[in-house]
Each structure stands twice: as structure tokens, then as C-alpha cells.
Design a protein around this ligand. Structure first.
Ligand code: G3H
Ligand code: ZN
Length: 278
């Protein structure tokens, strides 16, 4: 299969009242595990590389993006490629040439007016360059290590923001927080429904690792579409590595990376079954 557009996958899921999983890629093994998880569940996946992961690769996004794009070609399910949580304009402007079909431009730390101005300009650039653009209103906590699931997106402001910026999807603050290693966050399902009714574009949940499965299911039923997951995959990846390295004689990386990749695939399949409805 060839690489699919994020917009296409999100629109199809939104129309069908399903969720679509977007999973953070740090290494090639993450990408392989995520695609394998999609194949296990028989559901499409969005591979997303965050600006932080690009920093880990010393600013070189192109090699990992190219590997993801080549993986999509041999995948048994549709795969899209998304650049996540970008606030560096130089990186944003490299997205199309690097093979991404979509970007999340993150101006959520700014006040409302500055967020609108920066995001409008990013959306104009993205659309002129054939990219689908997601943005965030009402900062989802945890990006700086501080868990704060208390932020909330206001429905009327969200509607005004989408119209003023021209974004294709909106990330909302409804109770989740980034980088949670246990499922303890409860979502404001009524608020999801209110934002859904007020806003004409698909909604995105960040920090989904910390959300209880039942809340994820209900949020999708109430109108959330793109479900972003990162930490939960790293919990599975690292547990498998730690377990394998209990053998002090082990030196071949394949002996610990294979179980890590399998752990990611199992986690992805589980999440996809939770959000796929039916
Ligand atoms: O944008 C990526 C997601 O929001 C990942 O959040 O690591 O808490 O699952 P998470
Ligand atoms: Zn996020």
C-alpha cells in the first residue's frame, strides 16, 4: 500500500464515528511495531514523529520519515505520516519535502490572539504546500513533565478559533495530560459532545496513554476522532527491553529489540480495538 494522507484517514473515521490511532515513532522499531499493530487489528495507523523525537535524532527528520514512508508501501493497512507538536518554523517548512502529509502546529502555549495569528500563518503555509494542519486550543498538560489534566477548551472559543485559523483538525483539552504512565485520567465526555457540536472539523485527543479505555470509547462515541498515543508504547517497549536484559550474557540488540517491537505491536492493536467502535 502507498502512503495515505492523514486527512483522508481522519475524515473516513470521523464520518464513520470511529477513532483513528496516531502513534509516536522514536525509532524504526517503533514504526515497525505500530504498523504490525495496525495489521493485527486490521485498522489504519498514523505514524507521527514529534519535534522532540527530531531533536533526539540531532535535528535530522528526513531519514526516519523516509523509513516510515517505505514501511507504508509494504504495510497491509493504510498508513499516514504526521509531524507532531511543531513550533519550530524551520522544521515546519521541511515537512512536505520530508514526506509528511500533515503537521500539528503547536502554538497552544501562547495566549488566544497570538495562538490564532501564529496558527493562521502556519495553516496558510501548510495548505499552500499540500499539507493537512492540526492545531491545539486549551493547552493539554504534561508536555513539560507537569501533569495537569485540568485545562479545558471552551466550545464557543473553539468554533471561533477554527474559523479564524482555517485549521483542518482541532486538538482539545478535555481531561487528558501528556506522558502519563498509568491510566488514571477521566475525560469530560459532555464537553467532547459540546465541542463536537460547535466545531466543523475533526477533534484530536492528545495524551491518550493516561486515559481509561472506557473513557476513550465514550469520547470517540461523543465525537473525538484522532487519538494520539506515545507513552503507552514506550512503557511496553522499555519493559520488554528490561526483561530481556535480565540475561547479562545478551549482547545482540535483536534479542531485546524484537520483543520491544512486539510489545509495541500488542499495545497498538489493543488501543485500535478500543477506539475502532463496533
Ligand atoms: O502527541 C502525542 C500524544 O499526545 C502522546 O501523548 O505520550 O501521553 O500518549 P502520550
Ligand atoms: Zn500530544
Amino acid at each position: 500500500m502507498s502512503l495515505t494522507g492523514t486527512g483522508e484517514l481522519v475524515a473516513a473515521a470521523c464520518d464513520a464515528g470511529r477513532g483513528v490511532g496516531a502513534f509516536n515513532v522514536i525509532t524504526v522499531e517503533h514504526a515497525e511495531g505500530i504498523v504490525a499493530g495496525g495489521e493485527l487489528a486490521g485498522a489504519p495507523v498514523i505514524l507521527q514523529i514529534s519535534q522532540n523525537a527530531v531533536r533526539y535524532h540531532d535535528g535530522r527528520v528526513e531519514p526516519l520519515a523516509a523509513a516510515c514512508a517505505r514501511l507504508a508501501e509494504t504495510a497491509g493497512v493504510p498508513v499516514a505520516l504526521h509531524l507532531d507538536h511543531v513550533d519550530d518554523l524551520d522544521l515546519l517548512h521541511r515537512a512536505a519535502d520530508a514526506g509528511f502529509g500533515s503537521v500539528m502546529y503547536d502554538a497552544s502555549r501562547l495566549g488566544y490572539a497570538d495562538n490564532v495569528a501564529a496558527t493562521r500563518s502556519a495553516a496558510d503555509w501548510a495548505h499552500a504546500n499540500g499539507l493537512w494542519l492540526e492545531a491545539e486550543l486549551g493547552e493539554v498538560g504534561g508536555k513539560d513533565g507537569v501533569h495537569s489534566p485540568t485545562a479545558r477548551t471552551k466550545p464557543a472559543e473553539a468554533a471561533e478559533y477554527v474559523s479564524a485559523t482555517g485549521v483542518d483538525a482541532l486538538a482539545v483539552a478535555v481531561g487528558s495530560s501528556h506522558a502519563m504512565t498509568v491510566k488514571a485520567a477521566r475525560l469530560d465526555i459532555d464537553l467532547v459532545g459540546e465541542i463536537r457540536a460547535a466545531v466543523p472539523v475533526p477533534l484530536v485527543l492528545h495524551g491518550s496513554s493516561g486515559v481509561l479505555d472506557e473513557d476513550l470509547r465514550q469520547a470517540v462515541a461523543a465525537g473525538l476522532t484522532k487519538v494520539n498515543v506515545g507513552t503507552q508504547l514506550n512503557v511496553a517497549f522499555t519493559a520488554a527491553v528490561r526483561d530481556a536484559l535480565a540475561d547479562p550474557g545478551l549482547t545482540d540488540p535483536r534479542k531485546y529489540l524484537r520483543p520491544a517491537r512486539d510489545g509495541v505491536a500488542a499495545a497498538v492493536a489493543g488501543i485500535l480495538r478500543t477506539i475502532s467502535g463496533g
